[in-house]
Design a protein around this ligand. Sequence first.
Ligand SMILES: Nc1ncnc2c1ncn2[C@@H]1O[C@H](COP(=O)(O)OP(=O)(O)OP(=O)(O)O)[C@@H](O)[C@H]1O
Length: 293
Amino acid sequence: MSSDAALRADALGKRFGRRENWALRDCSFRLPTGRVCAVVGPNGAGKSTLLALAAGLTAPTEGSVTVLGTTPAAARPRVGFVAQDKPLYPQLTVAETLRMGADLNPEHWDAAVAEEVVAGGDLNPKARIRSLSGGQRTRVALALAVGKRPELLLLDEPMADLDPLARHELMGTLMAQAAQYGTTIVMSSHVVAELEDSCDHLLLVGGGRIRLAGEIDELLAAHLRVAGAADATGLGAHTVVESKVTGRQLTALIRPAGPLSGEWRAFAPSLDELILAHLRNPGAPALPERSAA
Ligand SMILES: Nc1ncnc2c1ncn2[C@@H]1O[C@H](COP(=O)(O)OP(=O)(O)OP(=O)(O)O)[C@@H](O)[C@H]1O
């Protein structure tokens, strides 16, 4: 396997407590550098656990995670992480928080981008963090993470408490960073529409397992939405992710294993349809990334 992976998991597992409470189990995937990767999955699927393992905040119970070719701890100076609860020092002001970011990253602090992120929200630099709204805090947390000019940005639901304009603006800032510096971005979200235009790679996590992993274009190309008469035959030769009968029509999302019989009409699925079909059918066979299989 080549070494140009920003993030790589090998049989990665994390269990909380002594009992069989596996938050993640047997996860293997490889995310090449320079990608913008969406991490998607239902509540409790293991997305935050995966990001926390990559950030080195928690250790694997089994398997390993490699970040920028090394351990998460060794990679930390090159990684920006925004946790779901956006931890910041409540007693500091916005300006003091950014100064702390500069002091902690003397070699590569990008004051201009950090200030741009904060300025976009009209934040008073003298305001204390504890006086900010949830969305304003998110802005400061993103400013700290982006200002670090990291090679890898790990963002746990970064857009969840931002208004639509702020989402649009900050997503633009993140994409500009990715384009200008080749930053790899790994971003969990529940809003597929927000990911569709910006992400080129997908990790779909369900029940602590990786259900889909790979380039979004390739994953879409590996699936078909098909429609036919309810008694049409021949789908059994393919992997059926989801099928539904409405009146006399059967529609399905499949991974074709070869040509379809003439009884079926086939369409390219949207990313939304692909993700929803897998989320609705946790028992459907997973499609691990080919290179990690
Ligand atoms: N510190 C912890 N102690 C015990 N169990 C935990 C802990 N953190 C997470 N878990 C469990 O691990 C599983 C995965 O949680 P995780 O927070 O990674 O999910 P998630 O996909 O990020 O969910 P959400 O979309 O709701 O944020 C859940 O069953 C959760 O209860």
